[in-house]
Each structure stands twice: as C-alpha cells, then as structure tokens.
Design a protein around this ligand. Structure first.
Ligand SMILES: [Zn+2]
Length: 308
C-alpha cells in the first residue's frame, strides 16, 4: 500500500440541481475531515453525464458552497472537459486486455442477468469476443475473480466478490460517454485524492472503483461513507424527491443541522453564528467516531421536501 504523506479530500457534486441537505452533509463531512487533519479539499463538478446537467446548477452549487463557508483549494475540475484522460485510461485497459467491447443492449442484459446492488449483473455474453453479427456498443471492464477488500473508516471491513455481485461493468457507454466509475477513478488518481468521504449511497460503487484503480495501477484512497439523509418516505433526498434547496441567506441553521446529523453535538448558540464560526467550532471538535452507525438518518423535517 502506498504511504500517504498528505491529506487531499474532495467534494464532487453532479450539477443536476441546487444543493440540498443531503449534499450539504456530504460536503460538510468531507470538508471537516480534511480541515481537521490539516488537509486540502478540492471541488470537482461531476458532469460526465451531460444529459443530466441542469442549466445554472453548477454556478448555483459553487455559490452555495461559498455562502456556507466551505472553501476549496485549487482550480475546480469539470469532468465534461476531461475526455482525453478517460480515453487514455480506456486505451491502457484495452492494451492490458482488461476492457472488452460489448454489443448487448440494456434490455438483453436485463433479460439474462441477475439483479445486483448496482443494477443487472452482466451475464458475460461478449466476454470472449462479440457474437457473430454483433457490433460493439459499449466497453466493459473484465472483472477479475478474487475478493475486493477495503476498510471503510465508518462501516468497517468490506468484502465484495466482484464477478458475483457486480460483474463486468460498463466503462464507456453505448452513447459514447464515459461511465461514472471510470471518470471518478481517473480524476481522483490524477488529482492525488487520498481520502474519499461521501454519502453511504455510494458504498456499493467502491468495489468497482477499487477494481479500476487496481487495473490502472492507481493508488486506492481511504474511504469513509456517511449516513444517507432520508425523507418521510425513507427515500434519499434528491432532486427527484423534491429536496428543499439550501438557503444561502441563512446558512448557520442548516450547518448546525448537518453537524447534528453527523453526530457532532453542536451547541445551540452556534445556530446564530456566521458560517466561519460554526465551521471553526466543528473543525476543532470533529470526531468521525461519533458518526451514527445507521446507514440512513431522517433529515430535519423542514429540509426534507417541498410540497407539489
Ligand atoms: Zn455484451
């Protein structure tokens, strides 16, 4: 394992809409963990999936981070501008025979594959070559047998057998866009991210991402997955579940709520302070071991969702 000499964390929102309480929790958790260790914190816009980008969302997200006092280091990176790096990674995987072309449609994979935590498990149809008469649509990573192991700082030891639980997963999609896992791994490696602190809904993505790091000869960062903020229906806060956008004009109460959510027990008087004060207290008091053990935690009622 590589030895880390410094801490570099990051927050990587997808610009599908304004930040809500769920994304604030991820940003605050990762920012605090970095700052409490004297580390750096980068922001990257995960807009590799161009079709999901909402107009103006990127600017809105950055303004919100500023208003909440979550300052970042270095330039903001945009995945939509990084295709040459992803292309290079795909080339390296092809050269090492770790990537293969697949001619299957989504419907075909659904029809013959089993459901897994990240969608249908690829049945291996094109693994040994495209069937006669089929054309390549996407590219997949050839998942090696053997168990992926990692220790999550909040969730403990994780063991995943990739072929059975995920299968050969897509790294370049049928529409030509690079897949989320590939983009994320290439970006984190190029930036030198040492610590990934993010929402627990992304825990199942970790094993395929580690498989890609290993295939590309990149270092594996440390991971810590935070509890997921849910609404009344037990669903993750998101644009789809109509999560309330954060109020930039009054950040302290939502910051206080995020710290409470993360198990940090902030005193009530912090709700009336400026963001810099709230965060200064939180950096000083940050104890990841206080994170709730539960995978999901209800968000504060007023920050869950707006009515139709
Ligand atoms: Zn196939």
């Amino acid at each position: 394992m590589p030895q880390y000499t410094a801490y570099l964390g990051r927050f990587a929102p997808s610009p599908t809409g304004p930040l809500h309480f769920g994304s604030l929790v991820a940003a605050v958790g990762s920012w605090l963990d970095a700052r409490a260790q004297g580390g750096q914190w980068a922001v990257r816009i995960d807009d590799v999936d161009r079709g999901r980008v909402a107009r103006g969302a990127c600017d809105d997200i950055l303004r919100t981070l500023e208003a909440f006092g979550l300052d970042w280091d270095g330039e903001i990176a945009y995945q939509s501008q990084r295709d040459p790096s992803y292309e290079q990674a795909l080339e390296a995987l092809r050269a090492a025979d770790r990537a293969f072309p697949c001619g299957c449609t989504r419907r075909e994979v659904q029809a013959s594959g089993q459901a897994g935590p990240l969608g249908f498990i690829y049945p291996g149809t094109c693994r040994e070559g495209l069937p006669p008469g089929r054309e390549a649509r996407s590219w997949r990573l050839r998942a090696h047998s053997g168990t992926i192991r990692f220790r999550d700082r909040a969730r403990g030891q994780q063991l995943i057998h990739l072929p059975d639980e995920v299968g050969d997963f897509i790294i370049r999609r049928g529409d030509g866009l690079f897949a989320y896992h590939l983009a994320m791994v290439v970006d984190d490696a190029e930036l030198g991210v040492t610590d990934v602190v993010r929402g627990g809904d992304l825990l199942p993505c970790t094993a395929p991402q580690i498989a890609l790091q290993q295939a590309l000869g990149a270092a594996t960062p440390r991971y810590m997955h935070l509890p997921v903020a849910i609404n009344d229906q037990g669903r993750k806060l998101s644009k789809q579940t109509k999560a309330v956008a954060l109020d930039r004009s009054d950040p302290a109460p939502a910051l206080h709520d995020a710290l409470t959510f993360l198990g940090q027990h902030p005193p009530t008087w912090l709700r009336r302070e400026v963001p810099a004060q709230v965060l200064a207290w939180a950096v000083d008091q940050w104890q990841p071991e206080r994170l709730p053990a539960a995978a999901t935690v209800p968000a504060p009622v007023e920050l869950r969702s707006v009515a139709d």
